[in-house]
Design a protein around this ligand. Structure first.
Ligand code: AMP
Length: 542
């Protein structure tokens, strides 16, 4: 069994008694559809259309062969694939035999992948030969305890497609891990030096999916365009592809949210529903404005879910206007809590808030700096506890002491206010993170890497406002006396260390010194203000 921080017994009892935890595996929704509607289309990926029965057959083949190779409960896997049908087939296969995966983003590189590997010691690695990390097998040496690696596009004995396509029978005793054990690990956006992992159990994740499906009205008629990175919590479970499988609908896969790719897919497959981050919504709105014919291409679209980053009211109001569909705002996190605006909400709620929690048992606290609750309409620190909000990062005891309060509330680092009868509005953030169009960057991680360059004495990464992405990252650098380094040199240094490209600072600024707080730490608040002022003055001079 994988060790993780569990919910205390009295909470687990209550979540079961309330019907939130139903002690079923995360494969439940999908398997029910395989039984009920085997011929319905589950996944469309390029020219391939997989029925529920076909998807199940392929996932079972892989599960059976892995099981025959001794994989099962207690094993972990590190999986990295682009948006493809195989992502879901592998996830289902691993769940079937109780192997818990980390699903890394395809944009992750050596540094992130090494960090995940060292945290979970995967017995199994699944990747794509098309990724720079897997052009050869050097990375495999970094994975202590690795017993097998499979690759998309390998062509040899490690070929993933071969393992999916070769008929095999699952042993009668193969089964998912118990419902209150770890099913898989979600990725934390993080604010610390090491990317943290979030253990998710069958019970808690399945509950969040079931309720998301109900709240968003997904049915077997739902045709969902999956255009965000597939492992993101939003794309997986809010209601995400797993919600579509639960409802018996169809997932149409797109590699990315570019309208020139997505609009024809929507038209061709009569897509009804899509989940996007705000910068992608802006792209879609511009595409329709630039070419009214584009509006006709997306005429089948009924519902757009938008979340992951701050969504301006004016832009939200333009969703029905320009894109001809309903808007549902989502404010969620891989750690658990998910909020939605609901169908039938007033315009004020739909366009100016990020909705209310899924569950009556989501306990929300909005606190001032001293830890006292703030009145409605006043911004405060959001802390949460509930039936699908985790109780501890994986193997991170020191960090967990500050990430949770004494009563087990997760301190989200988000600043919100409660408005319009219990809806939350996200107004800011205290966690030291940059939200670059929905991709999260932990400032500390990048600062530590910059400090590894011999010319860098001090480094601070701060968010600056950006019209397209919402936020971008600026690195403010103090060089050592007598040393020289340019932005290009530092960018190359970071790339050579192997970070994902979205984490590269968008801009570098070299300064003589950094403002410090009274206790001698870098004063990020003042720095952010200074960057903001600089940005304003640049705008004025343009
Ligand atoms: P992740 O775990 O990557 O899904 O990121 C979760 C974080 O993204 C939250 O804690 C917020 O900081 C931010 N976030 C998610 N949804 C929204 C939203 N609708 N508006 C503003 N920020 C959001």
């Amino acid at each position: 069994m994988i060790e993780f921080t569990r919910w205390p017994d009295q909470f687990a009892r209550h979540y079961r008694a309330a019907g939130h935890w139903i002690d079923a595996p995360l494969t439940r929704g999908f398997q029910a559809q395989v039984a009920a509607r085997p011929d319905a289309t589950a996944i469309i990926c390029g020219a391939r259309q997989l029925s529920y029965a076909e998807a199940d057959r392929l996932a079972t083949n892989l599960a059976a062969r892995l099981s025959a190779h001794g994989f099962g409960h207690g094993d972990t896997a590190l999986v990295q694939l682009p948006n493809l049908a195989e992502f879901y087939l592998i996830f289902l296969a691993l769940l079937k035999i109780g192997v818990a995966p980390v699903n890394a983003l395809f944009s992750h590189r050596l540094l992130e992948m090494s960090s995940y590997a060292s945290q979970i010691s995967p017995a199994l690695l699944i990747g794509a030969r098309g990724h720079e990390l897997f052009r050869d097998d050097a990375f495999l040496d970094r994975c202590e305890g690795l017993r097998l690696a499979l690759f998309l596009g390998d062509g040899g004995p490690q070929d993933l497609k071969d393992w999916l396509n070769t008929p095999a029978t699952l042993p009668a005793d193969a089964r998912p891990t118990p419902p209150d054990e770890v099913a898989f690990f979600q990725l934390s956006g993080g604010s610390t030096g090491t990317p943290k992992l979030i253990p998710r159990t069958h019970n808690d994740y399945d509950y969040s999916i079931r309720e998301s499906v109900r709240i968003c009205g997904f049915t077997e008629a739902t045709r969902y365009l999956s255009a965000l990175p597939a492992p993101h919590n939003f794309a997986m479970s809010s209601p995400g592809a797993l919600g579509v499988f639960d409802a018996g609908g169809t997932v149409v896969i797109a590699d990315n949210p570019d309208p020139t790719l997505c609009f024809p897919l929507i038209q061709q497959h009569r897509v009804t529903t899509v989940a996007l981050v705000p910068p992608a919504v802006a792209l879609w709105q511009s595409a329709v404005l630039a070419d009214p014919g584009a509006g006709a291409q997306i005429a089948s679209l009924d519902l757009m879910l938008v979340g992951g980053a701050n969504f301006a009211e004016a832009q939200a109001r333009r969703v029905p206007e320009l894109l001809g569909c309903r808007l549902q705002q989502v404010f969620g996190m891989a750690e658990g809590l998910v909020n939605y605006t609901r169908a039938g909400d007033s315009e004020a709620v739909t366009f100016t808030t990020q909705g209310r929690p899924i569950s009556p048992d989501d306990e929300i606290r909005i606190l001032d700096a001293s830890g006292a609750p703030v009145p409605d309409g006043t911004p405060g620190h959001l802390a949460v506890r509930g039936p699908y909000t985790f109780r501890g990062y994986y193997r991170a005891p020191a960090h967990n002491t500050t990430a949770f309060d004494a009563e087990g509330f997760y301190i989200t680092g988000d600043i919100v206010e409660r408005v319009h009868g219990g809806n939350l509005r996200v107004v800011g953030r205290v966690k030291d993170q940059i939200n670059r169009g929905g991709e999260k960057i932990a400032a500390e991680e990048i600062e530590n890497l910059l400090l590894r360059h011999p010319a860098v004495q001090q480094a601070a990464l701060v968010a600056v406002a950006d019209e397209t992405l919402g936020e971008k990252s600026n690195a403010i650098i103090v060089l050592r006396d007598g040393e020289a380094a340019t932005a290009m040199v530092l960018r190359r240094h970071l790339l050579a260390l192997g970070i994902a490209e979205y984490k590269l600072p968008d801009r570098f600024r070299f300064v003589a010194d950094l403002p410090l707080t009274a206790v001698g730490k870098i004063d990020k608040l003042r720095l952010r203000q200074a960057e903001f002022d600089l940005q304003q003055s640049r705008r004025m001079t343009l």
